[in-house]
Design a protein around this ligand. Structure first.
Ligand code: NDP
Length: 446
């Protein structure tokens, strides 16, 4: 990959880059099939991704006609890489085996190792024979909606496609590597004013939050609506705050430290709840919730904004879901995309049906939504949430930090990029957007 990196750094033309040889193997972060039972009997919080995530050479897969190879300059850690690395709730090798049975091209994915990572920024180095809109030399970011668009189910909302997958989680050859295998319909232009690592950290979380807050498929936010955002300085929460503010809504952000509360205020989120300080005990014990604690949260929200929230941005899952259903206003909605603390959810259904509330499910984003979310980054209207940057060799350490809730916003990972800070093609626009705004999380993460 060294020759490709040197060509990119020297500003070689697309034609020159396209003529370079793609190596037969490349450096990647992966988990191993023969280690998928290594954590049996170990509590989630004690599982250390540094032991299960390895960095080494893997063979370059054959390129399908609708795919491209991307020389990955930078990637990012998403919570799905934490899930893969602790083999919870399932080992991802089951996903790869299912994909492996689908077609000749799917069979490439069922291997003894799983190259992880669902975000990337980089440069296209080779395109398959059916690729029309992209060419070698294009600077791109990659979104993770991975699907077979020859299936009719993919042609209304592609998140409803029967074979929809998350790239680098439910497929192999993901972004935490020097080279990635990507379908052409995952590509988006790299924001020219951002560094490689600032550009790499957005697509998965930004697109997810766009759908959850903005899209008619989920949040469909209207001006003036109030939204309770759990984990408001986290990966998806930090983008959600920006979408609510941009859309004329009122975010109420929940975080767990004074530092994060200050960061939220810097983002322009006036209404902040520090859940550690409030010490909510939504669960009396493992089996019993405490409605008086839900009421305390509702009272705290009303104390801040004078009313209930129209929407709850829900992802912690079991620990908060009962409170989220309670706290939404009459006729309001709970938009959920995850269950970090447990997926067997309990809530009091009376609070749902008597007050005509709805639970809306959301999962990543279709290409159009991901593109719209990327465009907002390109236009400087949504800022990257990069707070800390790791090397590819440190992927396990970075995943551990996310697992332990030690990262604000996003953890970036340098792949081919030899150092942080490279890749800015439009410094004038960067200055116009504002260095302070772009690097807010980096300054707080430092
Ligand atoms: P992060 O770790 O970056 O942020 C999550 C934040 O949520 C934490 O920082 C923490 O903030 C808060 N949080 C965690 N546990 C609890 C809890 N028990 N109660 C209240 N708050 C809690 O993760 P992401 O934002 O990237 O992802 C969040 C979840 O969403 C993950 O489970 C992830 O897998 C899922 N996800 C799903 C997607 C989809 O397409 N379906 C896409 C992206 C993510 P604090 O401590 O400050 O309150």
């Amino acid at each position: 990959m060294q020759a490709i990196l040197e060509a990119i750094q020297a500003g070689a033309s697309g034609e020159e880059i396209g003529n370079l040889q793609v190596p037969e193997s490349y450096r990647a972060a992966f988990v191993k099939r023969d280690e998928q039972t290594m954590w049996e009997g170990v509590a989630s919080e004690d599982k250390d991704p540094r032991q299960s995530l390895h960095v080494g050479e893997v063979a370059t897969p054959e390129l399908a006609p609708d795919e491209v190879y991307v020389a990955v300059m930078a990637s990012a850690i998403n919570f799905n890489t934490v899930w893969t690395s602790i083999f919870e709730p399932l080992s991802t090798f089951g996903f790869l085996d299912r994909l492996g049975k689908e077609s000749k091209w799917g069979a490439r994915h069922a291997l003894p190792y799983h190259v992880v990572g669902s975000d990337a920024s980089g440069v296209v180095v080779r395109v398959g024979s059916a690729v029309r809109n992209w060419k070698p030399g294009d600077k791109v970011t990659v979104h993770c909606n991975y699907l077979d668009d020859q299936d009719p189910s993919a042609h209304d909302d592609s998140m409803l496609a029967a074979n929809q997958r998350i790239w680098g989680f439910e497929s192999n050859f993901g972004g935490l590597a020097d080279l990635a295998l990507v379908k052409a319909n995952q590509l988006m232009p790299k924001p020219a004013h951002l560094t490689w690592e600032e550009a790499a950290c957005n697509a998965l979380c930004n697109s997810t939050s766009y759908r959850m807050i903005v899209s008619r498929h989920a949040g469909d936010l209207k001006q003036g609506e109030a939204v309770l955002i759990w984990g408001a300085t986290g990966g998806i929460g930090g983008y959600a705050v920006q979408y609510v503010l941009n859309g004329g809504g009122t975010p109420v952000g929940v975080v767990s430290s004074e530092k994060r509360a200050n960061l939220l205020r810097e983002m322009g989120c006036e209404h902040v709840i520090d859940r550690r300080e409030k010490d909510y005990k939504f669960w009396k014990d493992e089996h019993t919730q405490d409605e008086s604690e839900w009421r305390r949260l509702g009272k705290d929200i009303r104390g801040l904004i004078g009313r209930d929230v129209d929407t709850v941005f829900e992802h912690p899952g079991r620990s908060t879901f009962g409170a989220s259903v309670f706290a939404a206003a009459r006729g309001g909605k709970i938009v959920t995309c995850a269950a970090t603390s447990g997926y067997m959810i309990e809530y009091d259904n009376r609070h749902l049906w008597m007050k005509l509330k709805s639970i809306v499910s959301s999962h990543f984003a279709n290409y159009k939504e991901a593109w719209a979310a990327n465009q907002l980054i390109c236009e400087g209207k949504v800022q990257p949430l990069l707070s800390k940057t790791f090397s590819l060799e440190q992927t396990g350490e970075a995943a551990l930090a996310v697992h332990k809730n030690q990262i604000e916003g996003k953890a970036g990972v340098l792949c081919l990029a030899p150092e942080a800070g490279l890749g800015i093609d439009d410094p004038e626009f960067r200055a116009k957007v504002g260095e302070d705004k772009i690097t807010l999380f980096q300054r707080f993460g430092a």
